[in-house]
Design a protein. Structure first.
Lengths: 262, 257
């Protein structure tokens, strides 16, 4: 094909083949992308909650530690963190990333570094999301919980947290899509997740546009499915709200400072 | 214990400041078992702070508060008062019900769950018996058809009645009411006052901060008039309303009645 822009080098059958009937290694890469995202996000939610509690606690040392954690992980680029944690630490001889077996799974060195970096990075964001949500709960809820004899931990578990979770879901969903997209960076430390796999195939076939386009489509599918699941969860968690109230809240949240790019 | 002789609730020379503002400047009062006491006075006089101190939602700076003979929030150690642990304060509060001006129902729970959550999660009683009792309580405040409604689906008066049932579910020895009708639409004030009237007739010990002078006059065994952080005057409802002694009380009643 010749146009005024020059010669197109586009193999349409190749593109369609990889889009609709990709070979096994692409499926494997997709599986890695999903599992790394889910595991790292899960660790991040738990760790982030702990950091948020520490950040709001009384002891100055604990609060300071949490602030330092959030400040350092949020203040540096994910790509730099990834290379520092994997390549840097191995180069300095601090930890050489031997393979680890966890039950039936083998965790390779890059996988360990990836899970560590992604979950700790994300935990810093989750901590701030949890803190904002918990602090947004009306003081009267604490008063009422304490007035019926609840201890702090009981009030947190049954009164504050269920309400905070409703507030956390939209930014959490938002962060999870960032997590899915962030895993593409892992190709830099040699992990063959979705994008790493595409890069590998590219090295052999040089069908760069086709392969990267297919990768983009797959990421789009993943994040779209994620958004649908998030809507479901939100609808379930807000079933106690009136329709008008819900629309108002959603209007606010879509403009929330918590959403947006990293 | 000596609680029945000395009074179910004893407040002794309580001082409380928010920053530089001294809200309570040495308040003392005693409420006997089964007694209904109404706290009246202009806003800012310290009534709300006083009832919040009684179940230790606010710390006190000096003085002593005893409910059923037991100190609330503090314990004496080497002659000094030390704040109790979270667990002990929580246990004391189970004995003290509280109803708030703004209801403070738990919005993510139904009316039934609001009433049940205390017995379930604090007293750790079984779900079956807790629900049976919670339904009885809700029925007794006239909400037999609202078990599964969320607070957002209820009117202010209905919400406040759920809040009363929630407090009663813990079987408290005393009920504190902090301006329970001040946030209500005028047409729903009556239904909440009716429930409180019924409660008073049933022998519940009640401390009620209120601006409803008609209710105070009718239901209260005793009226306590507060102003600027001190008790100005106290006495039977008839005495205070018909023959107030203090100039401050007369001026307040003239303004409000």
């Amino acid at each position: 094909m010749t146009t005024i822009l020059g010669n197109f080098n586009l193999d349409v059958p190749f593109l369609l083949h990889y889009l609709f009937n990709p070979p096994g290694i692409v499926w494997h890469g997709l599986w890695l992308t999903i599992s790394i995202s889910v595991i790292a996000q899960t660790i991040a939610v738990i760790l982030g909650f702990v950091v948020a509690l520490a950040r709001m606690s009384k002891p100055a040392l604990l609060r300071g530690w949490a602030a330092l954690f959030i400040w350092s992980w949020r203040g540096t680029p994910l790509l730099v963190q990834l290379l520092l944690v994997y390549t840097g630490i191995a180069a300095a001889g601090i930890y050489r990333y031997p393979d680890i077996t966890v039950g039936p799974f083998l965790l390779s060195g890059p996988m360990q570094a990836a899970l560590f970096t992604l979950s700790f990075n994300e935990a810093a964001y989750m901590a701030e999301i949890f803190r904002a949500a918990i602090q947004s709960i009306d003081r009267g809820q604490y008063d009422a919980a304490r007035a019926i004899g609840m201890r702090r931990s009981t009030a947190m578990r049954w009164i504050i947290l269920p309400q905070a979770l409703r507030i956390v879901i939209p930014p959490l969903g938002n962060d999870f899509t960032l997590m899915i997209k962030g895993t593409a960076l892992l190709s830099i430390i040699g992990l063959r997740e979705l994008f790493g796999t595409m890069e590998n195939i590219n090295a052999a076939t040089f069908r760069t546009f086709e392969l990267f386009f297919v990768a983009a489509v797959w990421y789009l599918i993943l994040t779209s499915v994620m958004t649908l699941i998030q809507r479901r969860v939100e609808a379930r968690l807000s079933r106690h709200e009136l329709p008008a109230e819900r629309r108002f809240r959603e209007g606010l949240l879509s403009r929330s400072l918590l959403s947006g790019q990293r | 214990m000596a609680a029945s002789d000395a009074g179910l609730v004893q407040v002794v020379d309580v001082h409380k400041s928010f920053g530089r503002l001294e809200v309570l400047r040495g308040v003392s009062m005693t409420v006997g078992r089964g007694e209904v006491v109404c706290l009246i006075g202009p806003s800012g006089s310290g009534k709300t702070t006083l009832v919040r101190c009684i179940n230790h939602l606010e710390r006190i700076d000096a003085g002593r508060i005893l409910v059923a003979g037991e100190s609330v929030g503090y314990r004496e150690r080497n002659g000094r008062l030390v704040e109790e642990s979270d667990a002990i304060i929580a246990a004391r509060r189970q004995n003290i019900g509280m109803v708030f001006q703004r209801f403070n129902l738990f919005p993510h729970l139904t009316a039934l769950e609001n009433v049940s959550v205390g017995p379930l999660r604090v007293l750790r009683r079984g779900r079956g018996e807790v629900y049976v009792e919670a339904k009885e309580l809700l029925s007794s405040v006239g909400l037999a058809d609202k078990f599964d409604s969320y607070p957002a689906q209820l009117s202010g008066g209905q919400q406040q009645r759920v809040a009363i049932a929630r407090a009663l579910a813990m079987h408290p020895a005393v009920m504190l009411f902090d301006e329970p009708t001040s946030a209500l639409d005028p047409e729903t004030v009556g239904e909440v006052l009716d429930v409180m009237r019924k409660l008073a007739k049933g022998g519940m010990t009640m401390i009620v901060v209120t601006h409803e002078m008609g209710f105070a006059r009718e239901v209260a065994d005793r009226i306590i008039m507060m102003d600027e952080g001190i008790v100005v005057e106290e006495g039977g409802a008839d005495e205070i309303f018909a023959r107030p002694e203090m100039e401050r009380t007369k001026a307040f009643l003239r303004a409000i009645l």
